[in-house]
Write a protein that binds this ligand. Structure first.
Ligand code: ADP
Ligand code: MG
Length: 256
């Protein structure tokens, strides 16, 4: 059975997609059978996996609203090597259509149940909201990985996210737990970042992953080449951090 993890944070631009794509690629390289689920209508994880979102015949939208089965939607990332359920703007429509469907929060969960045995890890890249799409991600997952920047307002946003996770846990998915907080775009030269980072460790203890992902321009450049950072420049500091993070995650699930 796959470990299904949602990469979530309702803020945009905090590194969810970068984390999802690089984690999926690093897990694949570590020999783990991995599926990446793009749950954001922006389709950035799809493009970053070298799949053209404008040319999809079937996407995760079709899967969620019941217009296509898993096999028709699933494809392989030529760049990353992992399997992917790709997304594009069609998915924005799903948000509205899902409201009228039965078990609307559990569409992804039910779709993934079909293929959970095919994988060791399923990584879900969530959109920047606490919408029905994100709820589908949280309902389908065993755990949440929260990427965050060590900024002053980060802790404030975190409280909202933790509340939503608690609600989903109480009402929809008793399996759900927070796997950990991942500090991303970290710059140790900035005193405030060091302070917030120490605050996080003090407050959340071993829920904070020990891997720190540095701010690294190679990670930011990689998507414009249609590649995960760990493939584009494996020796860069950013890529090395995501290899370390994948290893840390594999270690953590062994301990469950
Ligand atoms: P989200 O999915 O949360 O909106 P992204 O992963 O798309 O966030 O990241 C937002 C922007 O920051 C992107 O331009 C991305 O390339 C860049 N970025 C993400 N992580 C890093 C990093 N560690 N170093 C430098 N740039 C990064
Ligand atoms: Mg994103």
């Amino acid at each position: 059975m796959a470990h299904i993890f949602c990469v979530a944070n309702q803020k945009g631009g905090v590194g969810k997609t970068t984390t999802s794509v690089n984690l999926a690629a690093a897990l694949h390289q570590a020999g783990q059978r991995t599926l990446l689920v793009d749950l954001d209508p922006q389709g950035n994880a799809t493009m970053g996996s070298a799949i053209d979102k404008r040319k999809l015949n079937r996407s995760i939208y079709h899967l969620l609203v019941g217009l296509a089965g898993l096999l028709a939607v699933r494809t392989v990332s030529p760049a990353g090597g992992y399997d992917i359920l790709p997304a594009n703007r069609d998915l924005a429509g799903a948000e509205i259509e899902l409201v009228n469907l039965e078990r609307r929060e559990k569409r992804l969960r039910e779709a993934l149940a079909e293929c959970a045995d095919d994988y060791d890890f399923v990584i879900i890249d969530c959109p920047p909201s606490l919408s029905l799409l994100s709820i589908n991600g949280l309902c389908a997952a065993h755990g949440v990985i929260i990427p965050m920047q060590c900024e002053y307002y980060a802790l404030e946003g975190l409280a909202d996210l933790v509340n939503s996770i608690k609600k989903v846990h109480a009402k929809l998915n008793r399996d759900l737990k927070i796997i950990g907080l991942l500090r991303v775009m970290f710059d140790p030269r900035v005193t405030l970042q060091q302070q917030v980072s120490a605050q996080l460790e003090g407050r959340f203890g071993d829920k904070v992953f020990s891997t720190l992902v540095p701010r690294n321009v190679r990670l930011a450049e990689a998507p414009s080449h249609g590649l995960p950072g760990v493939v584009y420049d494996p020796s860069s500091r950013g890529a090395q951090a995501y290899f370390a993070f994948a290893a840390e995650l594999i270690e953590r699930v062994r301990a469950f």
